[in-house]
Design a protein around this ligand. Structure first.
Ligand code: FE2
Length: 263
């Protein structure tokens, strides 16, 4: 699917607030209501706690400045409004400051079900609730620091780690497998697929993650399952440069894309 380029970046006012319209509020409310009805039993309890702690509601499009202040008081994390696409260096730099980059435009009604570019709903509803969890926020900050220090030659593989955790991560709970990745919790199709029992679930392993290719425009054929958010934070102690060098030497694992396209 070609990228939709009809969305313009929004400019905040002097107080850092973005000009959302009544139509934006209606779209936000519809997206919020649909997902909140759909997600119980499919997502990590920490995620739903985070939605409550951030004070997200169906009534109004949230402002990044309010989310940022709330996260700062909860876990020292934050959110920063950015244009839809930013360079990897800026992306990793914000993460290293424990701040999540948030694209601020909101999708229109014709993109209720799917939008390739991350919009405010994906960013705030998908990503920000998990930042209320201290171990998860530690992972975000540590990941940003490691990615920055490793530099460009490792960036692509580091993004695979981001993809299979922050975007499409699953966690084992006493009640079964649950989603915590933003690409799952913000998408009805992905949430249904990830919890259907049809997708390949693999134990979280850094070397395997670094060797696993992905496509951004399909429901994911495989997900990696963590046992706890502490496991994620602890994974930052690994020698990433050595592991990525090993992943490069071994080469990518065969893609599972056809299977995904057929399912
Ligand atoms: Fe995202």
């Amino acid at each position: 699917m070609p990228k939709d380029t009809s969305y313009a970046s929004l400019t905040p006012d002097a107080a850092g607030r973005y000009p959302y319209t009544a139509e934006d509020d209606a779209v936000w409310g519809a997206l919020y209501t649909r997902q909140m009805a759909f997600l119980p039993g499919k997502v990590a309890p920490e995620y739903l706690d985070g939605v409550a702690q951030l004070g997200l509601t169906a009534d109004k499009t949230p402002q990044v400045a309010d989310i940022d202040a709330r996260l700062a008081s909860l876990t020292g994390a934050g959110a920063a409004g950015v244009p839809a696409i930013i360079p990897p260096s800026q992306f990793y730099d914000l993460l290293s400051q424990r701040k999540f980059p948030v694209a601020t435009f909101l999708r229109r009604r014709e993109h209720m079900d799917y939008i390739e570019e991350p919009d405010l709903f994906h960013e705030v509803f998908g990503h920000c609730p998990m930042l209320t969890n201290p171990a998860y926020a530690d992972f975000i900050e540590g990941f940003g620091k490691r990615a920055k220090a490793l530099g460009k030659g490792y960036s692509w593989h580091m993004f695979r780690l981001f993809w299979f955790t922050v975007e499409f991560g699953m966690i084992r709970t006493q009640e079964g497998l649950r989603a915590y990745g933003a690409g799952i919790v913000s998408s009805p199709a992905e949430a249904a697929h990830a919890t259907s029992g049809d997708a390949l679930m693999q134990a979280f392993d850094l070397l395997t993650v670094f060797r696993t290719p992905y496509r951004i425009d399909i429901v994911q054929p495989t997900y990696f399952v963590i046992e706890s958010f502490d496991q994620l934070a602890d994974a930052l102690q690994a020698d990433f440069a050595a592991l990525i060098d090993q992943a490069k030497a071994l080469g990518d694992l065969p893609p599972l894309f056809e299977r995904a396209a057929a399912s």
